[in-house]
Design a protein around this ligand. Structure first.
Ligand code: ARG
Length: 458
């Protein structure tokens, strides 16, 4: 038998395979609440403008609430033959209230309906991402506050570079995450225009009030071009782009946690609650949560690439290709929210091993730059010459199998006879970090200023 929603011109029903490739109800049932909120606002507007009678509008609005409670209560029977969430809801409404259900779709199409539902869903996810990121920023701030002056090695090329502070390192992620948070805020602001009432693509001849439905559904205004309103998926792409960048940041931090928690580094101890064991090696405590967070960028960026690829080359306006927008976006959003929650838990629970951090900071000639700077400041040497002399001192220490502060003054003076006792003052890791007082530098005094500023802003 032909379809009850659009089967007027069809003599035959669809092949089972056609039904299988066409149906989206398996995943778009996640849009049930948005679909019903949108339909209720549409029905209200149809009643208010006199397009529907007040009693029909009321019957529709009440019936839709019953449908929603059935869906949320898990008693709703979803049907693949009814393709998607929009038709499943409407068909059930017809069973519940009869003829008025058929009037709901006046001045509307599934094209603006799905654009609306999905946009509202993505809008909620922007808010969820903002919350998840904020929670992680709080956890990082707490770590930074506890260890504002704990010295650790700073790396470039994963080679020892200069001593930095634990607090400074934590605050670097606070900065990255604040940009991520702002990206979700920007995307949300830009997407907050309602497509409802664009109808199939051209608008409608019914005297609808798009401003009223936009307002009722929390939008700033209706989208200004009906073709764009049904053809646009930028809102999902922007969400996925912001998610990809956030996931990249989480992946970098996760990688650091994997390295730091290894027996060779021992910079941090992850809690039992966020670690797993091995079924064969009894000593193992694995950073699985960090590894999984490191990997989630694969799905999230994958979704971003997938949707861009779906959208490229589509002529205006709606094509069924666009039904492929949802599953990937759902999956990416789930992966991002879970990653944020797991990272927040891990960061809140983890313990930095101050002694291991300090010992690592003091190895690898990490204060060589401080020595070169001392030669410039105290002896007035050009930096290039100071760099060369320091290089020779590092080579000497390496040959003596010791660190820079372990060289005797005589040994130092064998390389440059102007060197005096006061050079030792700049060779400790504590002196090194304390001296980095330029704005945004790693000195504990500077880090504490940044922490205080962020505590005010969050
Ligand atoms: N299930 C469809 C989707 O997700 C709804 C829109 C269908 N519109 C249409 N003209 N077939 O995109």
């Amino acid at each position: 038998t032909s379809n009850q929603m659009w089967g007027g011109r069809f003599a035959d029903g669809p092949d089972a395979i056609m039904e299988a490739i066409n149906a989206s109800i398996g995943f778009d049932q996640r849009l049930a609440r948005q679909d019903i909120d949108g339909s209720r606002a549409h029905a209200q507007m149809l009643g208010d403008t006199g397009i529907l009678s007040g009693s029909d509008a009321k019957a529709i609005r009440e019936g839709l609430l019953t449908v929603l409670s059935e869906i949320e209560g898990g008693t709703f029977q979803f049907s693949t033959a009814l393709e998607d969430i929009h038709m499943n809801v409407e068909a059930r409404l017809r069973e519940l209230i009869g003829e008025p259900a058929g009037r709901l779709h006046t001045g509307r199409s599934r094209n603006d309906q799905v654009a609306l539902d999905f946009r509202m869903w993505v809008r909620d996810q922007c808010d969820a991402a903002t919350q998840g990121i904020t929670a992680l920023m709080h956890a990082l701030l707490a770590q930074a506050e506890a260890g504002a002056d704990w010295v650790m090695p700073g790396f470039t090329h994963l080679q020892t570079a200069q001593p930095v502070t634990w607090g400074h390192h934590m605050m670097a992620y606070v900065e990255m995450l604040s940009r991520d948070r702002a990206r979700f805020g920007d995307a949300r602001r830009r997407m907050n225009l309602s497509p409802l009432g664009a109808a199939a693509l051209a608008g409608t001849s019914f005297p609808i009030d798009r401003h009223a439905t936009a307002k009722a559904l929390g939008f700033d205004a209706p989208a200004a071009n009906s073709l764009d309103a049904v053809a646009d998926r930028d809102f999902a792409l922007e969400f996925l782009a912001a998610s990809s960048i956030t996931a990249m940041h989480l992946s970098r931090f996760a990688e650091e946690l994997v390295i730091w928690s290894s027996a060779q580094f021992r910079f941090v101890t992850l809690s039992d609650r966020f670690s797993t064991g091995s079924s064969i090696m009894p000593q193992k405590k694995n950073p699985d949560a960090a590894e999984l967070i490191r990997a989630k960028i694969g799905r999230i960026l994958g979704a971003n690439v997938a949707l861009l690829t779906v959208m490229k080359g589509l002529p205006l306006t709606y094509s069924k290709d666009m039904q492929e927008d949802k599953e990937q976006t759902f999956d990416a959003a789930d992966a991002l929210m879970l990653s944020l929650a797991a990272m927040t838990g891990m960061v809140s629970d983890m313990n930095a091993n101050q002694d291991a951090l300090r010992a690592a900071a003091a190895s690898g000639f990490s204060t060589a730059t401080d020595l070169a700077d001392w030669l410039v400041r105290v002896l007035g040497l050009p930096f290039r010459e100071a760099h060369h002399i320091t290089g020779r001192l590092v080579a000497l220490a390496e040959a003596e199998n010791c660190d820079l502060p372990d060289l005797t003054l005589d040994q130092m003076r064998s390389v440059h006879d102007g060197i005096t006792e006061s050079v030792y003052d700049v060779l400790t890791v504590e002196a090194s970090v304390a001296s980095r007082t330029s704005y945004g530098g790693t000195a504990p005094s500077e880090v504490r200023k940044q922490i205080a500023a962020w505590k005010d802003r969050l």
